[in-house]
Design a protein around this ligand. Structure first.
Ligand SMILES: [Ca+2]
Length: 277
């Protein structure tokens, strides 16, 4: 399947695809040789990593998953998108059912979710608004930003990393939502577009590539992609019938557990990453 992602990566560099469109699952590429513009110390070619399923859980097949976060008490939180259907949910992992739900106004399209310093941050796709809530989901302030909002995660300092569907990741201050810096994400020297749902995992940013079964492992310092995790085959053919693309990554640093799901997927998976094919 690797040729598939290679073609996808090569073909989507400039395509302005909205985040609600369903794209065919692309193949995972071989680690192409580093391209030209050699810098002083070029990063080693990106690797391809694989996974194994640890546990399967039910997931609401109507949930158009945009953000996923597991709190330190193993409580799962999820945001969903689509107009008139965008929700922030406290989800029971074992049953997949939501226990608490908060809805956006009908004209807003929910996107990524992060938690920092006692506050939930919830992006919108094209309303240029980031809503915030306290731990009980009581609404707090709303920040404005330029451009689209796609994925969001927090790092151990509490700063927020945000994607907008391009190859850029922006670091924001959680108190002001102001931009602190921006990185360009590259794989073997080439830009990696369509960065979407994010998760901070052991000092690196996992970024789902929209429309693909791949998750990029991004160095937050320089933006280099160390590896692509190929999640091809995670959802069975039977479970794929009404499912959309992979989206939703959550990591619990205390237990080192990782979970992934997708938009309208009937399952959510705890997975273990193998740092190799
Ligand atoms: Ca996440």
């Amino acid at each position: 399947m690797r040729w598939f992602l290679a073609l996808w990566l090569a073909g989507c560099a400039a395509a302005p695809t909205p985040p609600l469109a369903s794209a065919p699952l692309p193949p995972v590429s071989p680690a192409a040789s580093p391209t030209a513009t050699a810098t002083a110390t070029p990063a080693p070619p990106a690797e391809t990593w694989s996974y194994e399923v640890v546990q399967r859980y039910p997931h609401d097949p109507q949930a158009f998953t945009q953000g996923l976060w597991m709190d330190p008490k193993d409580q799962l939180w999820e945001t969903t998108g689509l107009r008139k259907q965008s929700t922030l949910r406290k989800v029971d992992l074992e049953s997949g059912k939501f226990q608490v739900i908060h809805r956006l106004p009908d004209d807003e399209f929910g996107e990524g979710l992060a938690f920092s310093r006692g506050t939930y941050f919830w992006l919108t796709w094209d309303s240029h608004l980031c809503h915030t809530y306290d731990a009980q989901l009581k609404p707090l302030k709303t920040f404005k930003y330029e451009g689209e909002g796609w994925g969001l995660c927090s790092d151990p300092s509490g700063d927020l990393w945000m994607s907008n569907g391009s190859d850029k990741l922006v670091l924001r201050d959680p108190t002001s939502f102001q931009v602190k810096r921006e990185i360009s994400v590259t794989r073997n020297g080439e830009p990696v577009p369509r960065l979407n749902e994010l998760e901070w995992v052991e000092g690196q940013i996992y970024a789902n590539l929209y429309g693909s079964p791949a998750v990029a492992v991004v160095d937050p310092d320089g933006g280099n992609v160390r590896a692509l995790i190929d999640f091809t085959g995670l959802l069975s053919n039977a479970d794929s019938q009404n499912a959309d693309v992979l989206n939703g990554i959550a990591y619990q640093s205390a237990s080192k557990k990782l979970w992934v799901t997708g938009k309208k997927w009937p399952k959510l998976f705890q997975v273990k990453i193998r740092q190799g094919p």
